[in-house]
Design a protein around this ligand. Sequence first.
Ligand SMILES: [Zn+2]
Length: 199
Amino acid sequence: MISPKEALKKLIDGNKRFAQNKSLHPNLGNELRNALLNGQKPFAAVLSCSDSRVPVEIIFDVGVGDIFVIRTAGHVLSKEVLGSLEYATNSLGVKLIMIMGHDNCGAVKSALEIYSEDKYHEFSDNLQSLLGHIYPAFDNLDFKSNDNLLQDAVESNVNYQLSDLVKKDAYLAKKINEKKIKLVGAIYRLDTGLIEVVK
Ligand SMILES: [Zn+2]
């Protein structure tokens, strides 16, 4: 298994190829599919938003068996998501976890509106649960005369999920602390196609 640093470089290099329209579309086809019948060894885990404009394998120019991807609206850390990340690191040997937000996130935008208008209780239990995972990201936001409110909220949500992961998952926190796993945050820019590593 490659090191966390090498794994991050691999993601960044693939993303640059994608952004420059030079994708290699690696690791596709029957032969590879057959080679992976009995197991997988993904080199990184990525928790991303479900937004259709952020197709994770495509924007990192990777193929079958390369990365372990979890997607929810707003890339939130429910117990099932944390369990999936534990599985990726514990059973599959993944050493890099990336939490990736993106520009103009519809989930964050909707959550901001519902938060501002105090309409939380008008939504179903399931949506309230999702909102509950995003709301704390708004605690330190400057809501007044802020032209970049959505962008600030997107960044804040990535930072909040990074800190929440360490707070809620003792297993992952220990591995990160021991430097056996690297945890990074990133924001995908819809216009350039590039990711920016934020932490
Ligand atoms: Zn989104």
